[in-house]
Design a protein around this ligand. Structure first.
Ligand code: ZN
Ligand code: ZN
Length: 329
């Protein structure tokens, strides 16, 4: 489970990201990468892989410090959370199933079942991720926390981990719950005798998740064929999630698949080279530029909400959040 907490830097994934980007550079002959303004442009290979305007941007530097703080605080809650939420969920599912259907059917395992276990784990995870993410976008008090991820004005692989330190426990609770749920279900069916099919020692599909996780916060557009994007989110589809244009708000909120976004009407498949200016929009971006502004952000927003009156988020969540409080997704 711990391997699935977003927030870890995996050098292997960054190297694979770079490798795919080099292939894309040759395939698209220098096109397909975006600049700090979120616009596509044709550039040389160095600028394609490591654009100066992005990596010297204040937002990229703030990514680093937010990540450092989050990593520093994580040990204080992560282990306890996984041990309690994960185990409790798993045990509850087993007890519940035994109550409903009697003892374990103790099915014989084989590789197909192990693959299915990995797939179900991923679908559970993606669903919980979607629900939490959607809620964070729609509930003003939670948007105050998640906004820090969206205040990134440029996308770098580290932007994936750019979160307010209060967001870590929320995401971790969600993944502990979802993996605990799948683990309980399969432990019941197979009398505890099944493990996920793995790839490089990580759950088969979780490995793919980690891979897209690194690439979807990279400025190079990696697209899939349109029919496939209706099932799996291409990394470029996360570019629109970070755009402050109205039509991009609250779209593509799952982590891996497009299934839940399609079910709940939030799927957005961008056009070729679609313009995606990143951040929370010119109106409030100035309030979320430095490390301290971002760290203090939620507390400032909550204070405004409690103090009432002039709070930009006092109305209905879905309307007031994007309209007033930075056009974000
Ligand atoms: Zn993101
Ligand atoms: Zn979001």
């Amino acid at each position: 489970m711990a391997a699935n907490i977003p927030g870890d830097l995996h050098w292997d994934r960054i190297l694979i990201t770079l490798f795919i980007a080099i292939l894309l550079f040759f395939y698209y002959q220098g096109r397909g990468s975006k600049g700090a303004d979120g616009g596509e442009r044709k550039v040389g290979i160095l600028q394609f892989l490591l654009p100066m305007d992005i990596y010297t941007h204040v937002s990229a530097r703030v990514d680093i410090w937010l990540w450092v703080l989050e990593r520093f605080l994580r040990p204080f809650w992560a282990v306890a959370l996984f041990a309690t939420v994960g185990t409790f969920t798993e045990q509850s599912v087993i007890v519940g199933l035994e109550f409903l259907f009697g003892g374990t059917p103790a099915v014989e395992t084989n590789f197909v079942w192990m693959l299915l276990y990995a797939l179900v784990s991923l679908l559970c995870y993606d669903f919980i991720f979607y629900v939490i993410h959607y809620t964070m976008h729609k509930v003003p008090a939670l948007w105050a926390i998640h906004k820090i991820h969206h205040s990134a004005e440029v996308l770098t692989p580290l932007t994936r981990s750019r979160e307010h330190f209060l967001a870590g426990p929320i995401w971790a609770t969600g993944s502990a719950f979802s993996f605990g749920f799948a683990a309980g279900l399969f432990a019941y069916l197979f009398d505890g005798g099944i493990t996920q099919a793995t790839l490089f020692n990580v759950g088969f599909f979780s490995f793919l998740l980690g891979l897209t996780g690194a690439f979807r916060h990279y400025h190079v557009q990696l697209r899939y064929p349109r029919w496939l994007e209706k099932w799996i989110q291409s990394p470029a589809m996360h570019h629109t999630h970070h755009s402050y244009l109205r039509k991009h708000w609250d779209t593509n909120m799952a982590a891996v698949t497009s299934i839940y976004d399609r079910m709940f009407g939030t799927l957005y498949i961008p056009e070729k080279d679609e313009y995606t200016p990143w951040g929370i929009g010119p109106e409030t971006q100035d309030e979320y530029r430095t490390f301290w502004q971002n760290t203090a952000g939620p507390f400032r927003d909550w204070y405004k909400m409690v103090a009432g009156g002039s709070s930009p988020q006092a109305g209905s969540a879905s309307e007031s959040v994007p309209k007033n409080d930075a056009e974000a997704t």
